[in-house]
Ligand binder design. Structure first.
Ligand code: OAD
Length: 234
């Protein structure tokens, strides 16, 4: 890996599966209990705010019972020791990357431990339940909602992510099905700009053909192996 300096890592629900957080589209996935259109759209939030808030209250509460796994810890080690540029972009709304110690991290789909004011856009660290019509400290409006990027909304930090993808030498996708855009298109941006591209996933993702290399297996095994291959003994 001598010519690699600039790395972008994309993670999805598969990296947290072995911590006990169900993936979205696998067996037992969240969508089996709740239809995505019931909980994860701006329209659902208007139609049934109690359902949407309760759904995310349960997800937030569930964080207390889970811990980062070996894959999160390996990426945190990469973050701590990689001397070049690194950006870990996660689609996950859990906080397992940061609890493992990752710092060069972006939550493109929002965060369970954050509340967003639908009126003024302020984002506030949040623990515990978030009932509908909770008042925003910044503007006073009863408008706090879960800070989750719903279907049809723009993910966070897209300009920064696009710039990182265009500048990277290596793009690694971990534990994501490649079913949701724009994240599913990142591999093509990076590859088109000349990056090496690797997928680490349990099953081939929808965009598997776009990667130079696909390694199939559990994230808790593949990610530590890959980090050792990048860092050596550092
Ligand atoms: P998915 O549930 O669509 O895909 C999870 C992927 O992880 C699948 O390809 C599995 O094969 C793989 N996987 C499962 N267990 C694994 C393991 N132990 N090791 C490695 N891989 C494993 O989840 P995402 O691709 O993250 O958006 O879904 C993308 C977005 O869809 C989510 O961020 C969410 C949802 O709408 C929001 O919440 C806004």
């Amino acid at each position: 890996m001598t010519d690699i300096r600039n790395i972008v890592v994309l993670t999805g629900a598969g990296i947290s599966a072995e911590s006990g957080i169900a993936t979205f589209r696998g067996p037992g996935g969240l969508w089996e209990g709740h239809r995505v259109e019931d909980v994860c759209t701006p329209e659902a939030l208007v139609r049934d705010p109690a359902l949407v808030h309760r759904f995310y209250d349960l997800r937030r509460a569930a964080l207390a019972a889970v811990e980062p796994n070996a894959a999160h810890r390996a990426l945190a080690r990469l973050d701590a020791h990689w001397p070049g540029e690194l950006l870990i972009v996660t689609q996950n709304v859990d906080d397992l990357h940061e609890r493992a110690g990752a710092r060069r991290l972006l939550h493109m789909h929002g965060e369970l431990r954050s509340a967003l004011c639908a009126r003024c856009g302020a984002r506030t660290a949040w623990a515990g339940d978030l009932p509908p019509a909770t008042v925003c400290d910044a503007c006073g409006a009863p408008a706090l909602r879960p800070d989750i990027v719903f279907f049809g909304e723009m993910p966070y930090a897209m300009e920064r992510i696009e710039a990182a993808l265009e500048a990277c030498d290596l793009f690694v996708s971990i534990g994501t099905s490649g079913a949701v855009y724009p994240a599913a298109g990142f591999v093509r941006t990076a590859r088109w700009r000349g990056a090496q591209t690797i997928e680490l996933n349990l099953d081939p993702s929808d965009g598997s053909v776009f990667f130079h290399e696909s390694r199939m297996g559990a994230a808790s095994v593949l990610v530590p192996e890959w980090v050792v291959s990048v860092l050596g003994d550092a």
